[in-house]
Design a protein around this ligand. Sequence first.
Ligand SMILES: [Zn+2]
Length: 485
Amino acid sequence: MIKFNQIVRNKFLLILFSCTLILSLGNRVDSQTSIIAQNFLNTNYGNNYYSAMLEADRFYKQGDLQTAKRIQQKVKPDFPASNSVPVAVSDIAKLPTVARQDWDTATQAIKEDPQDDKEVETRIFEPLESLVDNYPQFVPAHILLADTYDLYGWGDDALNTIEFASQMYPSREDILDKRIELLLAYGEPLEASIASREFVYSYPNSPKSSTYQSAADEYFKKYQSKLKSKIARNSVFGGIGQAAIGNEAQGINLGQMLLQGESATGTAIANSYKAQANMISDPVQLSYIRGIGNKLAKLMGRNEFEYEFNIIEDPTPNAFALPGGKIFFHTGMLELMDSEAELAGVMAHEVAHAVLSHGYKQLGESALTNTGMNILSGLAGREVGAIANVGGLLLDKKFSRGKEKQADVLGIRVLDAAGYSADGLYNVMAKLAQLEGEGNMAKSLLSSHPASKERMEYLEELIQTKGYNRYGYEGVAAYRGVFPR
Ligand SMILES: [Zn+2]
């Protein structure tokens, strides 16, 4: 059994690294709700859902993909038609007159460089903003609007504008180039590195992939040297947080740890974590999740990481990624899943978090602002699990939504590329949404924040617009062979 103190301390690490897969149901999941979640797909998609998946797998393995698909289609209802993003347009002549007028007004005024604030507003920003709102498919307007915000010193607006455009058209190099340029200009080299890397892994066949790959490495080095000088400066004033990740008495200098790089940082935290948690050592289960984890990690790059795939005895349905590709599954999450496609869906999402340096960035921010780690060590002595849970939710709500989407975009691409049904993660989200609906505590906390439901809609749209295959390998028998029901 894990001591309560240890549970509490583990929860604090989760605040730092967990994504929205975490579910706040207190320290234990009611077995009744777990059963409800397990049966969710059966009751919603027809009561023979997993037996149909078993049958489809048999045909899939014989190479009869058409029959496998037909069987799956019978029990998997179509996703609603997505509000798909309009096809991008670069030529203003293809838009209606009103759009052309806005574009001409703004570009002419920018040339004339009006000095009067009101004129700037009415002749430049109003027509450009209206163009972006009404004809978001016209890519040059996003870029010009971002540039113009930048020119007038409105950095946040410039970044938000280009971020929005980038979410609509993630494969457009012109948008990505502008985004990288602005991120660098506003002192965000790690974000610039992540943006470049995301492109490389999402569009590996693009001729510009290798250019972005070297750019990603270069910006990462830039970030590290920036971190180094900031840490050196802060150390003079004693401002760097001590990370309470081991026994409370043994603080670790977070700054020094981060400078050793992503993989070493992840190893240090993971080792400390493993010393506290109740680790599962079943060789069959471990070798199964490691096989799937390594297979997916290979499709995402970052070969410099020493990947790890671990299982923790903990009934909370959660999975999380530490920097450098150290992935942890709770037994509660494994119990919630019924197929290899579901496991691979969660796995791909977590590996994507690590590949995109999300945890490392979060730690870097904590080290520099000195807040995260103080909160961590300040609360570590208190035995109030609920606070940890609420904190986790608030953090999620506050800044991880964009990161969750990044991890979904890359994760689902890799899930599909590996031949699994692309709705594996979606199905786990459906079960989590069901649990959110059932758990009393979760209900009150989540009523204003229906995380999993929102994620489901987003995943539906992603799978639809990218044309990913929902009728691939499910691996029900394989999963149940290792994690029997
Ligand atoms: Zn996540």
